[in-house]
Ligand binder design. Structure first.
Ligand SMILES: [Zn+2]
Length: 133
């Protein structure tokens, strides 16, 4: 991924963050997936009064991407004030489609800073049922 592609992916995650519906926590998150063919698909967190029904930005982005026909991904940018990593549930859901994925953790305050990790590092022992054969 060249630097222009990386910067556009980060900017897309930051833009998605501005659309987050985070009226209960106040913690807004934006995500942007880079598909194998170069499309950027965004998501934001969508909270609910029944807090357990809240949807994370990463899974919103992944669901939109799948619905649009994408199945392979190069990278994911996640933008928040503190640069949080995807939660455990999102890691497992991303692993459904990605053996490996570059993950850019974008911290917006006090200064913009991006840390790069891999999905494999975030989820080294994913749940994968063995088949009985
Ligand atoms: Zn999550």
């Amino acid at each position: 991924m060249d630097s222009e592609t990386r910067e556009k992916l980060i900017a897309a995650a930051q833009q998605a963050r501005t659309r987050a519906y985070a009226v209960y926590s106040g913690f807004t998150v934006g995500a942007a997936l880079l598909t194998a063919d170069g499309a950027r698909i965004t998501g934001c967190n969508v909270e609910n009064v029944s807090l357990g029904l809240t949807q994370c930005a990463e899974r919103v982005a992944l669901g939109r991407a799948i619905a649009e026909g994408h199945r392979e991904f190069q990278a994911l940018a996640v933008a928040s004030s503190t640069g949080v990593a995807p939660c455990g549930a999102c890691r497992q859901v991303l692993a459904e489609f990605c053996d490996e994925l570059r993950v850019l953790l974008v911290q917006e305050k006090p200064i913009l800073h991006t840390r790069e990790v891999s999905l494999l590092a975030l989820l080294p022992d994913r749940f994968e049922p063995k088949t009985d054969s």
